[in-house]
Design a protein around this ligand. Structure first.
Ligand code: DAH
Length: 346
């Protein structure tokens, strides 16, 4: 019996050594102290078979074994709990010396940056801002602007016509320029008027390096008493210098637009070579930047304004082209692909 007690003690020590978690420890506790079939209770059960004269020694040994085993189980389970707590703490530990993660912020698209800048320059000059509608009727996009019925821009080859209204013979269309806002403004407000309109325009063009079927224009219109071409030139020069820098020069070349008379094309001294001549300006030192003119008397009459009393000027330009120049973007597609690697640079 004493040998059995020693053996159980030794077995226990080996098994305790191998128990490394709470579950193994529980199993060990059941094996040795379980009420049904536990090894220790079983040994106590055999005490009554022990001869009287040995009973005290065996009983003492058994009590000692039970106390030692209980003590060992308690110790080990405390150690495992402490280890677990330490591991958990290190998992949740916050290192406040680590650098923070920068939140991802958006940025403005280059076209938006240019548009906002243009609007700012014109607002300073007292212009109101009105983007106008992109879906337009023939009247606002062509007729009231003095386009002849057979003008090539009115062709389905050049303009996107919509099915809406097609039955009545005057289909709606996607505006081909922002000049529609000239008519809308003069119909709505009595002169004097000053308005800047920036927005999308559409033409049936193939996509190339410099062309896209959708692009952006900015259009300025001023109508007042005694307005002449000198006012127009000064306004354009001021605007160009605010956008491209004070050293920018402009020159006017005669041109034709149905809604202005006289009309002109404006060149700006090359943004890259400052007029010396380079590859971008084909060695001319100039780059074409906008169209302009004095509002045609017929256009004024079309909106009920007396051309004997009022006169005005208008000019229009591509916003995308300005963005491409300012930010040195050679391909217009870059502006519409929305590649974050590009957009994040602005
Ligand atoms: N609408 C013209 C275009 O899309 C640009 C333009 C030319 C606008 C002359 C004007 C202007 O206001 O006076 O090509």
């Amino acid at each position: 019996m004493l040998d059995d007690i020693t053996r159980v003690g030794e077995d226990f020590d080996t098994e305790l050594e191998g128990a490394s978690d709470v579950k193994a420890l529980d199993e060990l506790r059941v094996k040795y102290f379980g009420r049904k079939g536990g090894l220790i209770p079983a040994l106590f059960g055999r005490l009554k078979e022990v001869p009287k004269e040995q009973k005290k020694d065996v009983g003492d040994a058994l009590n000692k074994l039970r106390d030692r085993l209980e003590e060992s189980l308690k110790e080990k389970s405390e150690r495992i709990a402490a280890d677990e707590a330490r591991r958990k703490e290190s998992r949740e530990h916050v290192d406040i010396t680590l650098p923070g993660r920068r939140p991802r912020l958006g940025s403005l698209h280059p076209i938006t940056l240019v548009r906002l800048r243009m609007e700012e320059v014109f607002r300073e000059m007292g212009y109101s801002i009105d983007p106008g509608p992109e879906i337009e009727s023939d009247w606002y996009n062509f007729e009231a602007l003095n386009f002849t019925p057979d003008h090539p821009a009115r062709d389905t080859q050049d303009t996107f016509f919509l099915d809406a209204n097609a039955k009545e013979g005057t289909p709606l269309l996607l505006r081909t320029h922002t000049s529609n806002v000239q008519i809308r403004t003069m119909e709505k407000f009595k002169p004097p008027v000053k308005v800047l309109s920036c927005g999308r325009v559409y033409r049936r063009d193939e996509i190339t390096m410099r062309r896209s079927p959708m692009f952006h224009q900015a259009e300025a219109l001023l109508v007042d008493k005694g307005i002449h071409i000198g006012h127009m030139r000064a306004t354009i020069e001021h605007f160009i210098r605010r956008i491209f820098g004070e050293e920018a020069q402009i020159r006017l070349r005669p041109s034709f637009f149905p809604f202005t008379e006289p009309s002109a094309e404006v060149d700006m001294s090359c943004f890259f070579c400052k007029g010396k001549g380079c590859g971008t300006c084909s060695q001319t030192g100039w780059m074409e930047i906008l169209g302009c003119g004095m509002v045609h008397p017929q256009v004024l009459r079309n909106v009920g304004i007396d051309p004997e009393e009022w006169s005005g000027f208008a000019f229009g330009m591509g916003i995308d082209r300005v963005a491409m120049l300012k930010y040195d973007i050679p391909n217009i597609r870059t502006l519409f692909e929305n590649d974050l690697r590009v957009l994040q640079q602005f």
